[in-house]
Design a protein around this ligand. Structure first.
Ligand SMILES: CSC[C@H]1O[C@@H](n2cnc3c(O)ncnc32)[C@H](O)[C@@H]1O
Ligand SMILES: [Zn+2]
Length: 445
């Protein structure tokens, strides 16, 4: 039986702890201790005096929450933020984004773009992100250097790009990356078949076989628009979700991103298979793709996580904004102001993501024994006053810039809003060089 140590690495004294599990709980006059990268204690402030800590931090006016989990994105696309706005999905992709990626994406682009995304995410409370992009080795390297936790789903497409020639090469390169990173505790590798309209049924079948054999996660863009579903029904005679099910691709290791076009039968299938949904409300709204029926999914017991998608379709990587949008859109979609209360939105941004990634025993809530992935949010400013309910402020009033500190596996990556492992000045110079290069090339060249 393991006992909690009386000597700890770090002892935090916030005004509130919002552990997420149990849902809706808010602890006052409590302290949290970190030891060996994990949460060792959450205890009443009066009892914290019995602990000896190497480092103690008073956090007046601040709330501790679990580090947030951005369950879907393409981090390096931060270099394409604002490159093509106000367009629907397919013209945006086919006429603007894919040509720009064809012209500019390289290992250096991914390295710098991912670092820019990580800097933004850490400063807004994200401590774990999922990434689906070319040169996933460069994305993983940026994450390892920054100390942030991530899930890298290596891309799979039927067509050639700068990273791979065909689906077999995408898969073999991705699996090699998985072998190289197997022992990196903060990095999890999975399959990232882009979408049913860019990956053939034969190649999706290969993904299903490998994923089952290796027990790896699979993340896919799915039912992003009604047009996607309609085109698939015309071509294959069935809805994409049904095709994936027939292929054996729907199950507890599957993360279905977007899911705006969903009927009752689709929802029943998701519930029966245990597949997860990753809701990206701001991207769905900006591209006018549609709205995921989150309340119905939750009512049927489907796990829903939150993602920003890329900075090219959002245009920021801020889960506070995403939580607020999810809550507001959820109410509008359900026609019910009681739908998606603040506690549910925060759950989706934390435990929802952890469950989707199969990491629910490790992250997603503040509980003794879990990894110390923690964020401290300042609720003392005028935008959060008066303060009747910290949970309400976190979801409906905070904007991300109130994040003061964050820790991943006990390592402090943000201290008083300063990134501890990223040189922001140098990063901003590299970003400016990319902007210069991309804008001088001109659009679609
Ligand atoms: C295979 S790497 C990722 C690929 O996906 C593109 N992408 C970015 N956002 C979306 C979206 O909302 N739906 C579909 N595809 C998207 C990105 O540009 C890369 O080419
Ligand atoms: Zn996406």
């Amino acid at each position: 039986m393991s006992t909690s140590p009386s000597t700890v690495d770090t002892l935090l004294h916030p005004d509130w702890i919002v552990p997420v599990v149990p849902r809706g709980a808010v602890l006052t006059n409590h302290s949290l201790a970190i030891h060996d990268g994990r949460i060792s204690h959450i205890l009443p402030r009066a009892e914290a005096a019995s602990l000896t800590a190497a480092r103690e931090l008073a956090l007046p006016g601040q709330a501790l929450i679990p580090g947030m989990i951005n369950t879907h994105g393409h981090a390096a696309m931060s270099l394409l933020r604002g490159y093509a706005d106000d367009l629907p999905l397919m013209p945006w992709l086919e006429q603007h984004i894919w040509p720009a990626e064809g012209a500019h994406v390289s290992a250096d682009f991914v390295r710098d773009g991912t670092e820019l995304a990580i800097a933004e995410m850490l400063r807004a409370g994200t401590t774990t992100f999922s990434d689906m992009y070319f040169f996933p080795d460069a994305a993983a390297a940026a994450a390892v250097d920054a100390g942030i936790r991530c899930q890298i789903v290596f891309p799979i497409l039927d067509f050639p790009t700068a990273w791979a020639r065909d689906a077999d090469e995408y898969i073999s390169k991705g699996l090699r990356l998985r072998d190289e990173l197997k022992h990196r505790g903060l990095v999890q590798i999975g399959f990232g078949p882009h979408a049913p309209y860019t990956v053939s049924p034969q190649n999706l079948l290969k993904v299903a076989t490998y994923a089952a054999e290796l027990d790896l996660p699979v993340q896919i863009h799915l039912h992003e628009t009604a047009g996607e579903v309609l085109a698939a029904v015309e071509e294959h005679g069935e809805r994409p979700l049904d095709s994936l099910n027939t292929m054996g691709l729907l199950g507890p290791r599957t993360q279905c991103v977007h899911m705006t076009d969903l009927g009752d039968q689709d929802i029943a299938l998701l519930a029966a298979t245990g597949a997860h949904v990753v809701h990206c409300p701001q991207s769905n709204m900006k591209l006018a793709s549609g709205a995921c029926p989150v309340s119905k999914l939750l009512d049927r017991g489907v796990n829903v996580a939150l993602g920003t998608d890329s900075a090219a379709s959002n245009n920021d990587l801020n889960l506070f904004a995403e939580m607020q949008t999810a809550a507001l859109l959820g109410k509008l979609t359900a026609g019910d102001a009681a739908a998606l209360p603040a506690a549910d939105a925060l759950y989706m941004a934390t435990m929802g993501g952890a469950r989707a990634m199969g990491l629910e025993q490790e992250i997603g809530s503040l509980e003794p024994g879990k990894q110390a992935d923690i964020v401290a949010v300042d609720l003392s400013g005028p935008e959060c006053q008066p303060l009747y309910n910290p949970l309400s402020q976190l979801v409906y009033a905070c904007n991300g810039s109130q994040v003061c500190h964050s820790w991943v596996a006990g390592a402090q990556l943000l201290h008083n809003r300063q990134l501890t492992r990223i040189n922001l000045k140098d990063l901003q110079q590299r970003t400016a060089a990319w902007q210069e290069k991309i804008s001088s090339t001109g659009k679609n060249q």
